[in-house]
Design a binder for this molecule. Structure first.
Ligand code: ADQ
Length: 497
């Protein structure tokens, strides 16, 4: 099997600094959790930023040795570049724009220069490690220049790129001052993958309209190569979530929660704190639901689990304040002694606590305004061993294209969310089971390993196609030689295939 180099902004293991000491901890998030067992089962190396600056990690030789023993190769980023690259262009420019929030988008030449510098730093590390037969798989919006930078150094490399967030429509994407560089950067890969066909279509549209390359049937004919773009909806580690339900730790957690929840029905909301996730709109819809459904007062609880995220960016700080206010308002307005309609947890939860909440929740309310995929919707469905539970899912989450049996809503339509909650809480058990069984079958079949394997197969077939086309296409030198031979000959027989 060929060696695999996975390249992403963060390593699957993060270096945390606590009380002046460095510790290694598993990174959270779908990519790291989902792919960790798959990548360990192959001959692979993960290259990424370990979460602290290069100077500190070089000082701590043990930590560096431990990372390397886990096949994790760190990329050094200076403190200045962490600001302008990660907290700057990644979180304040690309993230909002690609999620269709142009008014939140900041354009700064300084950010852009840091993006170029950091992508070049990644290229230096990867090019230093890569061998001719390796497969390179680059992930996400932090590294969109990397495929081209690597192609310049490793022209023959087999290289794929996967974007975990939406690719916006042309009208939004064209707002970016560095749109050409981003597109050219991505086209350095052989295969560019997205969660949905819509995102792949948007990318191809922009490639055609901005760069003028010929695009047909998911294929771009760039200056001298063919590049493919396609949809690969990311799956989850299905067995991890479905098996967790039987685990004794999950049982214990569920018992603990049940005791506190008493006989209340549970609506669950789980996200990172992010304005794209539509959390205030969700709370307002829950409030409207309580207003209209007095029979559910003291009978239902919204468990609002919010993971702190990007806590230094202005829009996130404002959002946190807004959520605190809304939760207080709802609990103040409807709560009674002994019943709090919203349980608000602002923290990351250990895996078994999260699995316990998923498995006991009657309803999962997943209403992002825009989301590349949304793994929470899939994880919730995977834990429903008895088939009971209802998923309410926003149509602007990539996951909605696969989970059509959920109650699909428009996250900006409060009335629709209220009706969806009413429907979910009244849905007959048989219907819940039927809907969940269909979705579970799909999620089990197309899990994260299948997703990764399918991406790899397509990447290798793209490489093969390129080679076949190279053999069929005459090089410039060959064309010149043929033309001069033809002119010099008295008689010629042309056989054209
Ligand atoms: P995210 O925006 O982070 O991911 P999501 O896909 O929902 O969104 O993944 C969140 C992950 O964090 C899930 O695996 C979930 O289990 C975990 N999580 C959430 N709340 C938690 C909590 N309180 N405690 C512990 N863990 C928690 C980005 C894109 C998505 C895309 C993924 C994968 O924005 O659209 O689905 O990448 O491609």
């Amino acid at each position: 099997m060929r060696r695999l180099l996975i390249v992403s902004n963060r390593l699957p293991t993060t270096v945390q600094e606590r009380k002046g000491e460095l510790h290694l901890e598993p990174s959270v998030g779908g990519l790291a959790t989902g792919l960790s067992s798959w990548y360990k089962s192959r001959d692979s190396i993960w290259i990424g930023w370990p979460g602290i600056t290069g100077k500190k990690i070089k000082r701590e030789k043990d930590i560096l040795a431990k990372l390397l023993s886990e096949n994790c190769h760190p990329v050094s980023i200076t403190q200045h570049d962490v600001e302008a690259y990660y907290h700057g262009i990644c979180n304040r420019t690309i993230w909002p724009l690609f999620h269709h929030f142009p008014l939140y988008t900041e354009y700064s030449e300084g950010f852009w220069q840091a993006y170029e510098r950091v992508n070049t730093a990644f290229a230096n590390v990867v090019a230093g490690i890569a061998k001719p037969n390796d497969i390179i798989w680059i992930h996400d919006y932090h590294l969109m220049l990397l495929p081209k930078l690597l192609r310049e150094r490793l022209p023959k490399a087999t290289m794929g790129f996967f974007l975990h967030i939406p690719f916006p429509s042309f009208e939004i994407f064209r707002l970016l001052p560095w749109r050409n560089q981003i597109l050219e950067g991505l086209l350095g890969a052989d295969l560019v993958g997205f969660h949905t066909y819509d995102y792949a279509g948007h990318f191809l549209d922009s490639v055609h309209r901005i760069l003028g390359y010929e695009v047909a049937m998911g294929q771009v004919t760039a200056a001298d190569r063919v590049v493919r773009a396609d949809a690969f909806p990311m799956g989850i580690n299905y067995d991890l979530f479905s098996n967790a339900v039987q685990d004794s730790k999950t049982h214990a957690e569920r018992k603990r929660f049940h005791k506190k929840l008493e006989d209340c029905r549970v609506i669950l909301s789980v996200d990172r704190l992010d304005y794209t996730k539509g959390i205030p709109q969700r709370l307002e819809a829950f409030s409207a639901f309580l207003d209209r459904n007095s029979k559910f007062l003291r009978k239902v609880i919204l468990v609002l689990l919010v993971v702190p995220s990007r806590t230094r960016v202005g829009h996130y700080i404002q959002l946190k304040k807004q959520l605190d206010g809304l939760v207080g308002e709802i609990n103040g307005k409807y709560g009674t002694i002994g019943w709090m309609p919203v349980w608000y947890l602002y923290r990351s939860l250990p895996f078994h606590s999260l699995a316990a909440l998923y498995s006991l929740a009657d309803v999962a309310l997943v209403t992002p305004l825009r989301d590349g995929m949304n793994l929470v919707a899939k994880e919730y469905t995977a834990t429903k061993m008895d088939g009971k539970g209802v998923l309410i899912l926003s149509e602007t989450a990539g996951a909605a294209q696969e989970l059509g049996e959920a109650i699909i809503i428009n996250a900006n339509n409060q009335e629709e969310i209220v009706q969806a909650l009413e429907k979910a809480l009244e849905m007959p058990e048989q219907e819940q089971i039927e809907r969940n069984r269909i979705m579970q079958k799909r999620l089990r079949r197309y899990d994260v390993v299948q997703w990764a394997n399918e991406f790899m197969d397509k990447l290798l077939s793209t490489k093969k196609l390129q080679q076949e086309m190279e053999e069929k296409t005459l090089s410039y030198e060959m064309q010149r030689k043929l033309a001069s031979d033809f002119q010099e000959s008295n008689k010629a027989l042309l056989l054209l295939d």
